[in-house]
Write a protein that binds this ligand. Structure first.
Ligand code: GLN
Length: 538
């Protein structure tokens, strides 16, 4: 019998539901159980792909090319899973399939309604996610905040699942903010109480409540949460601020949450193994070195825009006992004030992330140039890769005003151009080159040294290196060392005479895991440390 755990959030969004859901999964996994995860995003978009990162943070890309909510990234990192597009439900996906069924005639003669047709679609998709991978437990995180209009059909669906799947097979976890007042230092549980009331109004009584607070809740807060949440004190847990989010499963397990869930759902588990996880966490919180990385981006104002990249840099750091301090720098600043470029000398590495459109590109190109000329370790990902090509074409090959046609359609030297199969595509949703594609690596190259054998990495792009310029770039020393299977797509570049200058068209960060960092990120951080320590290049 499959068990279902539902996570709801109260008081405000970004309360840490994604980390909590991932942590619950980790506690179950440590006990030898097999969880899978579904994220519900009540917005109307079919997927996150068409949204600006400033709306909901980065777009996470799955192996199968799904452009999903960033929480799927947390589930994958915590649970080392490879999830699918189907693991992310939005109002758009649900309604689209209900409407398609209606047009097909599946509901002939009936009036199609939110209850039962939309709620049935939601329940089926949650159940199918479990069946697809033969999971013991399906964790479902309901995005947004309890009380949002958009969330109601989803909450109704999970309410019904209690009745249909049985009390012993379903568990409701509610997490809400417990703020501490600056002035008095008092912990305030009233907002949490109200959010529990709101949940009850919908017909859901939580089985366990997690207080999200800056520090461990005190006895009085615990008493109130239990009393007004109508649950025993032993079912209240606290997710307080930690040095790294990877500590959260350990923190909650220590409070007994893992055992509580297993008992409540009659899950058989005799083992509990956090050894590998603890080792990784220890590496993170007891570093021996420290490096400072300049991330030169377009969405620098919201670090969630670069969350997978940030985590991949940290995974790389943990693997060489290095604390990675990231400065999120607005690329446009280097355009307005070029004299600021020399500040990059204070960093151990320069990182140019993904991006779209012209804004900030000249600043990123200038940063890539500064890193190359001053031999600061450099890593470029996707747009970062393309902009490094443009920089090299302009400043080394002498192709003045070389550019990407994404930035300047009239450039005299379109060194980056639209992929042929992208020509004529007018619609924007899910039309990029997405998901995993094979990359063949040149023996003896840095890419080969880092990654080993040929690889499958995730992609999300419309533009690529224009084959007409390969010879010109190669002749001046730019090496394309990773290519698509047919050899027609440039996937990695490197400058062998530099300490570390590497970039990839693919996104290694999406497959980076705690304890198993993406090789390009690991190689970059290790190079930053080694160079800082004055060690010769490896
Ligand atoms: N804008 C570039 C493209 O579409 C790069 C995309 C990215 O960085 N993900 O090819």
């Amino acid at each position: 019998m499959v068990k279902y755990i539902f996570v709801t959030g109260g008081v405000l969004s970004s309360v840490g539901k994604g980390i909590l859901t991932s942590s619950i999964g980790k506690m179950l996994q440590a006990r030898g159980l097999k969880p899978t995860v579904v994220k519900i995003d009540p917005y109307v978009n079919i997927d996150a792909g068409t949204m600006n990162p400033y709306m909901h943070g980065e777009v996470f890309v799955t192996d199968d090319g799904g452009e999903t909510d960033l929480d799927l990234g947390w589930y994958e990192r915590f649970l080392d899973l490879s999830l699918k597009q189907e693991n992310n439900l939005t109002t758009g996906t649900i309604y689209r399939s209900v409407i398609e069924k209606e047009r097909h005639g599946d509901f002939l003669g009936r009036c199609v309604q939110i209850v039962p047709h939309v709620t049935n679609e939601i329940k089926n998709r949650i159940k199918n996610a479990g069946k697809a991978v033969n999971a013991d437990i399906v964790l479902t995180e309901v995005g947004g905040t309890v009380g949002d209009i958009e969330g109601l059909p989803f909450l109704e669906a999970i309410r019904q699942m209690r009745v249909e799947e049985g009390y012993e097979n379903t568990l409701y976890v509610h997490v809400a903010l417990v703020p501490v007042l600056d002035v008095t230092g008092e912990m305030k549980t009233k907002p949490l109480q109200h959010s529990v009331n709101e949940l009850r109004r919908i017909g859901i009584q939580p089985d366990t409540i997690v207080a999200r607070s800056p520090q461990m809740i005190d006895a009085e807060a615990l008493r109130k949460i239990a009393l007004f949440g109508t649950i025993p004190e032993s079912s209240v847990f606290c997710s307080y601020n930690a040095e790294t989010v990877y500590q959260v499963p350990l923190i909650l397990d220590k409070q007994g949450m893992g055992d509580f869930i297993c008992q409540r759902l009659s899950l058989k588990c005799d083992v509990k193994d956090f050894v590998a996880w603890q080792t990784f966490v220890d590496g993170m919180i007891h570093p021996e070195h420290e490096v400072r990385i300049a991330l030169v981006g377009k969405y620098a104002g919201l670090s969630d825009s670069y969350v997978s990249m940030t985590e991949a840099l940290r995974h790389g750091g943990a693997a060489c006992k290095t604390k990675v301090c990231i400065a999120y720098l607005e690329a446009e600043k280097f355009e307005r004030e070029p004299e600021c470029l020399k500040d990059l000398a204070n960093f151990d590495g320069v990182f140019v992330p993904y991006g779209f459109g012209p804004r900030g590109t000249e600043g990123k190109i200038a940063a890539a140039k500064y890193a190359r000329e001053n031999d600061i370790p450099f890593l470029g990902i996707c747009y970062g890769f393309q902009l490094a090509v443009i920089e090299f074409a302009r400043n080394v090959c002498g192709l003045t005003d070389a550019n990407s046609t994404e930035i300047n359609p009239d450039t005299p030297y379109p060194v980056i151009d639209l992929m042929p199969e992208q020509r004529g595509i007018e619609t924007k949703g899910a039309t990029m080159r997405l998901g995993v594609h094979k990359v063949v690596l040149q023996k003896g190259s840095l890419a080969h040294k880092l990654f080993g054998e040929d690889i499958c990495e995730r992609h999300r792009h419309r533009f690529e290196v224009n084959l007409d310029y390969i010879d010109a770039l190669k002749n001046k020393g730019l090496c394309f060392t990773g290519k698509s299977s047919d050899g027609r797509r440039m996937e990695t570049l490197e400058l062998p005479d530099k300490y570390f200058y590497f970039a990839s068209q693919f996104h290694g960060e999406f497959k980076s895991r705690p304890g198993r960092p993406s090789p390009e990120y690991f190689g970059f951080i290790q190079a930053c440390v080694n160079k800082k320590l004055g060690l010769p290049k490896v």
